[in-house]
Design a protein around this ligand. Structure first.
Ligand SMILES: [Fe+2]
Ligand SMILES: [Fe+2]
Length: 269
């Protein structure tokens, strides 16, 4: 079953911004800003997002681990009374997936650090300015616009898997690049599904044109913020001028895998 016309429009406005985020990561791999320390920095920051990132409409804004875990515990006496079993299964899968991503990147970090760098301690990981801007934007939108905000936040999750797709393309280069590629390949499949979780049901849901326009606006704001979040995560491989050009649409859109999306959405329906 093909994706709805509305969803195709949402993908069309998103694709140039996805391409911008992909350009950040792709440029970084062979950029002069890339050093061992810069690799350790982005891995720490990505581990933070996978371990305790916030803003996806998770329970009480408690983050990607404690949010679903707390909701699972609170749901236990209500399962199949007032809380659907599939909803709980989804929460369990979320924790499983995101904690797996954390483990994969933490393993890469610990395998490339030198003896003077302590092992990764997730409780010492912190957000950074541009990541916090994105997180606060999502939390505000989720609270202000309810379901529309949460759908937008899920749809922009991973920015169409850009880090993971560009990371997977390092395969065959040897050393740390192959380790990054192996981690990214595994994560890519999960994140493709997470992104579509924001739009599953959108075809059938009677989302009004007004609501859809609102959601598109939220998605664009978030995707623009994502480019700055990634650029600082990766020690600024792109200049501010280039970021502005991307905002102005001077970039080829990221091709979207419609066939894969239809396949994943059909499995969810
Ligand atoms: Fe993740
Ligand atoms: Fe995810």
């Amino acid at each position: 079953m093909p994706l709805s016309e509305k969803l195709e429009r949402l993908i069309a406005v998103s694709a140039p911004l996805w391409a911008g985020e992909a350009e950040v990561v792709r440029t970084y791999w062979d950029s002069p800003v890339r050093t061992r320390d810069a690799d350790l920095l982005w891995l720490r920051r990505q581990c933070f997002k996978e371990f305790n990132g916030k803003g996806l409409g998770e329970h009480k804004d408690l983050g990607i681990f404690m949010g679903p875990l707390t909701e699972i515990m609170e749901s236990f006496p209500k399962i199949d009374r007032t809380v659907d079993r599939r909803h709980v299964l989804g929460l369990i899968e979320t924790i499983h997936d995101e904690f797996t991503h954390y483990c994969l990147f933490a393993d890469v970090y610990d395998s490339i650090r030198d003896d003077n760098t302590p092992p990764l301690d997730p409780h010492k990981l912190e957000t950074w300015d541009d990541d916090d801007i994105l997180t606060q934007m999502r939390i505000t939108q989720n609270h202000t616009h309810g379901e529309i905000g949460v759908r937008a936040s899920h749809f922009t999750e991973g920015g169409y898997c850009t880090l993971f797709r560009e990371g997977a393309r390092l395969e065959g280069r040897g050393g740390v690049d192959d380790q990054i590629a192996d981690a990214c390949k595994l994560i890519y499949e999960d994140e493709f599904g997470h992104m579509l979780a924001g739009v599953v049901g959108l075809d059938q849901a009677s989302l009004s044109d007004t609501d859809f326009d609102l959601m598109s606006g939220l998605v664009v704001d978030q995707l623009r913020a994502r480019i700055r979040m990634r650029n600082s995560e990766f020690s600024y491989p792109l200049s501010e001028e280039r970021v502005q050009e991307i905002y102005d649409g001077k970039i080829d859109p990221e091709p979207f895998d419609y066939e894969k999306a239809e396949h994943v959405m059909a499995a969810h329906r």
